[in-house]
Design a protein around this ligand. Structure first.
Ligand code: HEC
Ligand code: HEC
Ligand code: HEC
Length: 126
């Protein structure tokens, strides 16, 4: 009985994470149910479109890290032809200035804790 509970809890946790992109935008689409994210002022567009970023930024960063560290490539050309340096601090956190008020707010809400900042120090220290 006890074990079944644990397995169920694990299964539920997995499903919540795996289906996150679906319910985050659809089910909890109302502004009050989402954490308030501080969006960059004076910028309208992310590297790729918002929907894509919401779902795939982790994969994008992972790919960037591999390309920079293993292949020495540093430029990313977005699908609409803009050029970006492939960097956590010199890219994402240049627009999203406060990690606390953007990345962390969503991550805390979702109970994810990327370990990147063990090494990468945010430019503003926030
Ligand atoms: C040129 C400035 C700029 C850069 C660089 C940038 N962003 Fe964005 N990002 C934005 C803007 C502006 C929005 C909001 C767009 C909108 O309102 O639809 C956004 C939205 C997002 C969202 C969706 C937020 C939500 O509402 O759910 C995520 C996730 C995100 N960015 C992550 C990243 C990551 C990770 C990086 C680095 C790989 C990055 N951004 C780089 C400007 C930027
Ligand atoms: C709209 C919500 C949201 C925002 C905003 C957001 N993230 Fe995420 N992020 C997530 C979710 C959800 C996951 C976990 C996905 C998973 O486990 O499959 C995640 C995972 C990650 C991971 C992978 C962690 C791991 O251990 O695999 C990295 C790296 C990351 N985010 C970086 C960032 C950065 C940098 C920013 C700010 C520029 C940011 N994220 C903003 C929702 C968000
Ligand atoms: C053990 C320390 C460490 C951890 C943890 C770490 N990195 Fe890095 N990362 C580095 C080092 C060192 C470099 C190489 C710096 C360079 O060449 O500019 C680097 C480079 C990168 C780059 C390209 C260069 C740049 O300016 O950002 C990206 C993107 C990146 N890491 C993303 C991540 C992400 C995403 C995570 C978390 C999922 C992460 N790193 C976790 C040490 C780390």
């Amino acid at each position: 009985m006890y074990d079944t509970g644990k397995i169920l809890a694990g299964l539920v946790a997995f499903i919540v994470v795996a289906t996150f992109p679906l319910w985050f935008t659809n089910l909890f689409g109302s502004p009050s149910a989402r954490p308030v994210l501080e969006l960059p002022k004076g910028e309208k567009k992310c590297v790729e479109d918002t929907e894509y970023m919401r779902h795939w930024h982790m994969n994008m960063l992972d790919q960037w890290r591999n390309e920079v560290v293993r292949e020495g490539k540093r430029m990313y050309v977005s699908s609409d032809g803009r050029k970006f340096e492939m960097s956590l601090n010199k890219n994402c956190l240049k627009c999203h200035e406060s990690r606390a008020k953007f990345c962390d707010r969503c991550h805390n809400y979702m109970a994810v804790d990327p370990y990147c900042w063990d090494c990468h120090v945010t430019p503003t220290g926030e």
